[in-house]
Every structure is written in structure tokens, then in C-alpha cells.
Write a protein that binds this ligand. Structure first.
Ligand code: ADP
Length: 477
């Protein structure tokens, strides 16, 4: 029997992306639909920022009223099909006709509205979901509304935590202003006196998942749990970690239209990509030079405090480092000034640029990612796919996908270190450089990189098994 699933999230490639969540929502449904007997459709906000060529393909389904406190807000439902997946978009001029995606004072309110609109839209879709699968805090309240309002008989919910640091916290007064629910339901949505969308999702969902087995363990610990570890311990029986994949068709160095020279394994072609990038970044052109790359949001999570401590020292070595990212002023300022100090060795691009990102993966010998915590991390997987060796801290999904190279056994597809410590990072970087200059070890390491596989297929099967548990439970209940 086919199980119908409605995914709901705040971003999704190819329509709108600020980070890895968009990659996941853009590729997992296709994979589930292709590989399993579950069928996924996806519901998203219709941001003004979604390019016109997508918006012009959308068809209006209908316009509905969504209760928001004592008012009603209009929501129009649009739809389009892309690569075998049906997408629904919820539009509302007041909440979503703005520049960018997040960062507004009323982000909480915007996603209270969106979450309620998802529930109100259900009768108007061309299918009836058996399960709603909500992702991250922006849609945590969908699980709460689904459980409380019961819009469809026996509807189940799954909530996936992509990053527990961001919780969607609002003043508790919003409950009275926005929710149209009895105060009996406040407790399941409240945390430390505030409304908390992440907590609501974890509390109300029938099953909770996160994006790697190691992170599923880590978040039950106070160091990683961002205040919610106790709740996660209480939900332990329903909590699993399923590792993310990447769309290996889209991220493929042989097919990528953005890169200078397409390749499968060829180091010669990779060198051409390196020299091309050195030229456009204004670095000395030398295909032999070890080339280290960082592509990231510039936030504390990604380990930039460690990089800050050791970058000048590492740049004493005969290497080049290229950074692409946007984020906190502290780190943007740091890199801006560091590039002034090291014009021959460091290039810094403080922008969000998909094309440059792909050119950098293609050019890189190494990819640096010393995260403080990392739910899964996609960039190390993309790096491996483009034959760049990841250098990571052993946390979350990084621990599950990168094994440190061992010269004695010849095993390992990257370099890693354990403690959140700048000198461990520096030592690991120097270790990677020694291996780069040792042809026998370097070739062995690249062989291991070539064998690393991170397609979605395995994970799609695991999600399908999780969905199937509800059916089994129904049969026996
Ligand atoms: P997170 O979701 O925590 O930011 P992930 O590793 O899961 O981190 O995914 C990040 C995604 O965003 C990857 O696809 C990466 O290539 C992309 N990305 C991050 N920063 C930039 C940037 N400045 N320009 C282009 N792409 C970027």
C-alpha cells in the first residue's frame, strides 16, 4: 500500500536556499518517490525571493482563510511539478513578500502563520497525507496543530531536527494573540516561559528524527542539547538518527556545468580547475600548491573560533587557502583583514555564490570544517564527491562520514581531530600537508576518497521503514 507523506519546510532547492536544509528538502523526496512505496509531496512558503521563472510556472489551487488570533489572513495555495515531485506553495503578501528569507523581527509570527496555513490547506490538495513530515523549528508547530486540531483522521507526524541551536523562540503572549487554542495546550509549546517552536515539534510529533546517528546521541547531552536534552531523553524511544545524503546527480564533477574542467577522478583535470580558480581569485597560479578551501556560513558552530586562532600560523606554510562565506560580522571582519595580511596565500569571498562554491569544491585538495557541532553537514559530502579531502572535527555527522587517514593501515577518507581545540586543528592541518607531499600515502588516501558514497538511496529506505512503523502499529492496535 502506498503511504502518502507531506513534507513541510522553510526552504528547498532549486527554489530557495540559505543552507543545507534546502539541499535535503530538494533531494530527499525525489529519492523516496523513486526508491520506495511512499510518495512525498512538499509544502513551502512562497517567498518573493523565489525566481520569476519558477513563479511563472505555478498554478493557483485556491485561496483560503487562515485564523490568526482574532483575525483571518488570506493564503493562496499554488502548485507546480518538478522532477517527479509535486510542490505546494503558501503565499501571503504580508508575511512573505519581503527581501530574503529570514532575519525579520517577526520571523516567529511568520512561521506560526505558515504552520497553521499548512493544516488549513490540507482539504484543498489533490491527496490526503497519512503522515506530515515537518522539518526544523519553522514547521515544528505543524506537528502541534496536527495533533491538537486533528484535521485528518489518524494523521501521524514526524519531526526532523536539522539543527537544534535554532529553536524559534517568541514571547509567551504570542500564544493568546496568534494561536486560537485553549490554554490547556500552552504547556506543550512553552519552554522556560517562552513559546518555543522546536520544543513544540519534539513534544507533539509521533516520531522524532535527526540527521545523523551521532547527533541523535549528542543532543541528549547538555553540551549539545541547547537546553532541550531532557525532553529528548524523554522521547528517546521515538528518536532516531538517519544520515543525510546528497543529490549525486546534481553534485557531480563530471556533469557540473559551472566548473571549468569536468572530471571523474582525474587529478590532472582537478589541477586545471585549481589553476582556473587561482586566476579568478587573484592568487599565484600553481597547480602543485596544496589548496585548502572553506565554504560555510560564518558562524560559531562551524569552528571559526579555532580557525581564528591558528590561521596566521598555518599560512606560514607553503599553501593557499580560499574562503567563501557570509555570516557574523566578527568572522567576516577577521577574514577580510587576514586576506590583507596574506595576499599571496589567502583569498576571501564574503558572498553567497553557488557557482563559485562549485568551482571551489572542484579546485580544492582539502576542505576544512572543524565544527563545534554538526548535525550532519553536507559540505564535507560534496567535497568528497568533488575529490577534495575533508578535514573535520569528530562531531555529529562529520564523525559518521569522515574517517581519519591512518598511514599504517591505509584506511580513512579524510583527517579528523577530537577536541574543540585550535592546536589540534593546526596539528591536523599540518598532518594533511605531510600526507599531500608523500606520493604513496596521498594516492592511497585519494583511492579511499573515490570509494566514499553518499547518495540518498540508503537513507530513503530508512525513512520508508520509519513511515512503515505507523502502519504496523495500526494493524496491531
Ligand atoms: P548548514 O546547513 O549548517 O549551513 P550544510 O553543510 O548542511 O551546512 O550545508 C550548507 C550548504 O550551503 C551547502 O550546499 C554549501 O555548499 C552551501 N553554502 C554555504 N555557504 C555558501 C556560500 N557562501 N555560497 C554558496 N553556497 C554556500
Amino acid at each position: 500500500m502506498m503511504t502518502n507523506i507531506l513534507f513541510t519546510a522553510s526552504e528547498c532547492t532549486p527554489f530557495i536556499k540559505t543552507g543545507g536544509l534546502a539541499d535535503v528538502i530538494g533531494s530527499l523526496p525525489q529519492s523516496i518517490n523513486k526508491t520506495t512505496n511512499s510518495h512525498v509531496k512538499v509544502m513551502l512558503p512562497l517567498y518573493d525571493e523565489i525566481p520569476d521563472h519558477w513563479q511563472s510556472q505555478m498554478e493557483l489551487v485556491t485561496t483560503i482563510n487562515v485564523p490568526v488570533g482574532w483575525r483571518n489572513q488570506e493564503a493562496s495555495i499554488y502548485t507546480l511539478e518538478h522532477n517527479g515531485v509535486d510542490y505546494f506553495f503558501i503565499s501571503n503578501d504580508y508575511y512573505f513578500t519581503r527581501k530574503g528569507v529570514y532575519g525579520y523581527y517577526d520571523d516567529g509570527e511568520r512561521f506560526v502563520f505558515f504552520s497553521r496555513a499548512v493544516i488549513e490547506a490540507l482539504p484543498y490538495l489533490n491527496f490526503t497525507p497519512d503522515i506530515i513530515h515537518a522539518h526544523d523549528w519553522q514547521t515544528g508547530l505543524v506537528c502541534a496543530f496536527a495533533k491538537i486540531l486533528q484535521p485528518i483522521e489518524n494523521l501521524k507526524t514526524v519531526f526532523t531536527i536539522h539543527n537544534i541551536r535554532y529553536q524559534g523562540i517568541m514571547p509567551h503572549t504570542m500564544f493568546g494573540e496568534m494561536f486560537n487554542l485553549s490554554m490547556d495546550h500552552f504547556g506543550g509549546m512553552e519552554w522556560n516561559g517562552m513559546l518555543n517552536c522546536m520544543k513544540s515539534g519534539i513534544f507533539h510529533a509521533d516520531k522524532v528524527t535527526t540527521v545523523s546517528p551521532t547527533y541523535a546521541e549528542e543532543i541528549k547531552d547538555p553540551y549539545y542539547g541547547e537546553g532541550l536534552h531532557q525532553l529528548l531523553l524523554e522521547r528517546d524511544d521515538d528518536l532516531t538518527g538517519i544520515i543525510n545524503g546528497i543529490d549525486t546527480n546534481d553534485y557531480h564533477p563530471l556533469k557540473d556545468p559551472y566548473i571549468f574542467s569536468n572530471y571523474r577522478h582525474s587529478r590532472g583535470k582537478k589541477k586545471e580547475n585549481k589553476e582556473y580558480l587561482q586566476e579568478i581569485l587573484g592568487l599565484p597560479i600553481d597547480g602543485e600548491k596544496p589548496f585548502y578551501v572553506i565554504i560555510s556560513r560564518l558562524v560559531e558552530q562551524k569552528g571559526f573560533h579555532l580557525i581564528q586562532r591558528i590561521l596566521d600560523e598555518f599560512l606560514q606554510e607553503d599553501v593557499q587557502v580560499a574562503v567563501l562565506g557570509t555570516g557574523d560580522g566578527e568572522f567576516e571582519g577577521f577574514f577580510y583583514h587576514a586576506a590583507e595580511r596574506h595576499p599571496e596565500r589567502l583569498s576571501v569571498s564574503l558572498t553567497f555564490d553557488e557557482k563559485l562554491a562549485r568551482q571551489m569544491y572542484a579546485a580544492a585538495d582539502f576542505f576544512i570544517m572543524p565544527s563545534q557541532f554538526e548535525p550532519c553537514g553536507l559540505t564535507q559530502l560534496i567535497a568528497l564527491q568533488y575529490k577534495a579531502v575533508p578535514i573535520v572535527r569528530e562531531t555529529g555527522g562529520l564523525k559518521d562520514t569522515v574517517q581519519s587517514f591512518n598511514e599504517i593501515t591505509g584506511e580513512g577518507n579524510g583527517f579528523s581531530f577530537q577536541n574543540y581545540n585550535a592546536h589540534e586543528l593546526l596539528e591536523t592541518l599540518k598532518h594533511s600537508l605531510r600526507v599531500y607531499h608523500n606520493p604513496i600515502q596521498w594516492i592511497q588516501l585519494l583511492k579511499n576518497v573515490n570509494k566514499s558514497q553518499f547518495s540518498w538511496k540508503e537513507s530513503a529506505i530508512q525513512y520508508n521503514q520509519l513511515y512503515a512503523e505507523f502502519e504496523t502499529a495500526n494493524i496491531y492496535s
